[in-house]
Ligand binder design. Sequence first.
Ligand SMILES: Nc1ncnc2c1ncn2[C@@H]1O[C@H](COP(=O)(O)OP(=O)(O)OC[C@H]2O[C@@H]([n+]3cccc(C(=O)O)c3)[C@H](O)[C@@H]2O)[C@@H](O)[C@H]1O
Ligand SMILES: Nc1ncnc2c1ncn2[C@@H]1O[C@H](COP(=O)(O)OP(=O)(O)OP(=O)(O)O)[C@@H](O)[C@H]1O
Ligand SMILES: [Mg+2]
Length: 281
Amino acid sequence: MTETDLQDARQDIIRELGVAEEFDPSREIERRTAFLAERLETSGTTALVLGISGGVDSMTAGRLCRLAVDRVRENGGTAEFVAMRLPYGTQRDAEDADRAVEVTGADRCLTVDVQPAADAMARSLTEAGMDFPDRQAKDFVLGNIKARERMIAQYAVAGGEGGLVVGTDHAAEAITGFFTKFGDGAADVVPLAGLTKRRVREVAAALGAPDDLVHKTATADLESLAPQKPDEEALGVTYAEIDDFLEGRPVSEDVARWLVRRYRTTAHKRELPTTPWDTTG
Ligand SMILES: Nc1ncnc2c1ncn2[C@@H]1O[C@H](COP(=O)(O)OP(=O)(O)OC[C@H]2O[C@@H]([n+]3cccc(C(=O)O)c3)[C@H](O)[C@@H]2O)[C@@H](O)[C@H]1O
Ligand SMILES: Nc1ncnc2c1ncn2[C@@H]1O[C@H](COP(=O)(O)OP(=O)(O)OP(=O)(O)O)[C@@H](O)[C@H]1O
Ligand SMILES: [Mg+2]
């Protein structure tokens, strides 16, 4: 890839992921609250369902859910914000998750332990003869099962209550495909779309979230063999580098090339399943 191709690819990614040049937290809060309220009012649904992990993304999305539900009610409509705590057994940062639920101001919080279902699936796979190369590989796959069990729990509540599942994907995760396909990647509305990680944190701060949760180290926390592993360690790049790339700031050529490659290899995670009518370009 020539230097010009790299620059063109970067501009395409910024546009495709909807990363704005200008950023004003108050404007983003208003725009994203209006989006959620509008989706509730026009879809005939009456609840927003969101998993709260104790991380900054779900806390921020949760505050926006609260504001949107309040707006629908002010407009004379019916709506509720249902938070879900979805630990796998005992969650190490359970206290943060409880605080995050408080911060969001959810109307209700349902706690569902995903461990029994996730472990039962892993056991059934082994009994069926599914062979993993080593315990690390098995643990990684179990991590994605955990994320998909969370998806099942949230869709069960949305289905039972006539609600929409809220996803927390944003540009700094979308670019690397750092989410479980049809796990946390599955949602009906994605209010943080287009934001970089530092912008998510700025929105959280503007929404009045406590400092330690605003700046908490991001973790998918899916691997039992490496609990609370920071995303940056798993990815090998920092969120500051990803954000700089997306916001058009100076970034090393190595990082830029890696991100463009990664964006391309994970395209399938941001698209609908391919059909016989799709061309491969
Ligand atoms: N080219 C292609 N075209 C169409 N489909 C393709 C494909 N390549 C793989 N696939 C499919 O995609 C699957 C792989 O995707 P997937 O199952 O998602 O698995 P994968 O991308 O390998 O793993 C998910 C990654 O996201 C991270 N994650 C997950 C959840 C939350 C967070 C977080 O930040 O909190 C991070 C997690 O730590 C892990 O590194 C393959 O098994 C295959 O079914
Ligand atoms: N233990 C959990 N309980 C409830 N929901 C969870 C849990 N773990 C993950 N989720 C859901 O999956 C989403 C994706 O996880 P992710 O780690 O990207 O976001 P986060 O934890 O909110 O923030 P951060 O990326 O900073 O850790 C979360 O925002 C949340 O909605
Ligand atoms: Mg997290």
